[in-house]
Design a protein around this ligand. Sequence first.
Ligand SMILES: Cc1cc2nc3c(=O)[nH]c(=O)nc-3n(C[C@H](O)[C@H](O)[C@H](O)COP(=O)(O)OP(=O)(O)OC[C@H]3O[C@@H](n4cnc5c(N)ncnc54)[C@H](O)[C@@H]3O)c2cc1C
Length: 315
Amino acid sequence: MRVIVVGAGLSGLMAARQLVASGHQVTVFDKGRGVGGRLATRRIDAATLDHGAQFFTVRTNEFAAHVDRWVAAGVAHEWCKGFANEDGHPRYVGSRGMSGIAKHLAEGLDVRLEKLVFSLECSDYDVTVVTDDGIKHTCDAVLLTAPLPQSFSLLFGAGIEMPAELRTIDYDRTLGLLAVLDSPHHNVPSPGGLQFPDDVFSFIGDNSAKGISQAPALTFHANPEWSLQHFEDDIETIHSLLLDAARTWFGQAKVVESQPKKWRFATPQKSWPHPYWAAPGGLVVLAGDVFAGPKMEGAALSGLSAATYLVTAFS
Ligand SMILES: Cc1cc2nc3c(=O)[nH]c(=O)nc-3n(C[C@H](O)[C@H](O)[C@H](O)COP(=O)(O)OP(=O)(O)OC[C@H]3O[C@@H](n4cnc5c(N)ncnc54)[C@H](O)[C@@H]3O)c2cc1C
């Protein structure tokens, strides 16, 4: 079976690997310049900063088996077992940043970057995916893993209707700040993560404490309410408001360099009760973190479930 996966985020890459392991021919298209989607890592001189997902937890044996392999391969490690209080549950991070996990998963796959999937054309027995360079790619099935509003426009163009309860799930926005510091004397205590520390931020992460950055560097994520309130402000205003709000956490350290970051589709506000959705006819399937929980584990399990569905449907 020839499958096209739209999206080289965690769900798309997990699905692609499982489909290839089952003997199928898979091409992954992503509009981005790198793989990972919301597993995003930026380098600023000697600093390495995660600016999407900050850490992940493991609740299922299925995901644990994959994480154990990532740890053994040196692409992930345990950061800590809790932030303000230890609760015994490991928090993991990508050892070369979160995008390093995606790069590891993409090894050996046919991943084509900077290819925006522009439209779908469906017949009863195949699907044609049109990329923004105008090239048509015909396959037996397509797996869409973009955030729902982005997949919706592709489905709409192909005349496929999603259930209204699925179509109307919205995503929280996140405004972020990346700050490289001149010294480690900031106010984020060990182990280097703070959840909901004040009325602006939902998370502050110390990238040195995570073991990914040589230079002192903090990532700040504003909470959904603050992010919604300021999302349409111009980027210079967002940057300076975030710097003002973060100042108390810088302590004695000085900011050497800082950048703002906007995530329009950061976190789904609701979860769909099934780990994927197959359109009538079964040739177009949707997966992603909206289907199995709004976190990395949910994205991974959704991709795996969708791949299993496709393998079974086409066997
Ligand atoms: C700010 C932030 C903080 C987070 N913190 C955490 C955390 O601490 N712990 C945790 O577990 N999770 C966290 N998450 C959530 C986690 O990152 C996601 O659940 C997970 O990465 C989603 O993976 P995905 O594959 O479903 O989607 P994505 O990573 O969004 O992948 C979808 C991909 O599709 C591509 N795409 C979209 N449209 C098209 C198109 N038309 N053509 C081609 N490609 C397309 C995109 O470029 C993208 O790469 C966070 C997310 C954000 C944004």
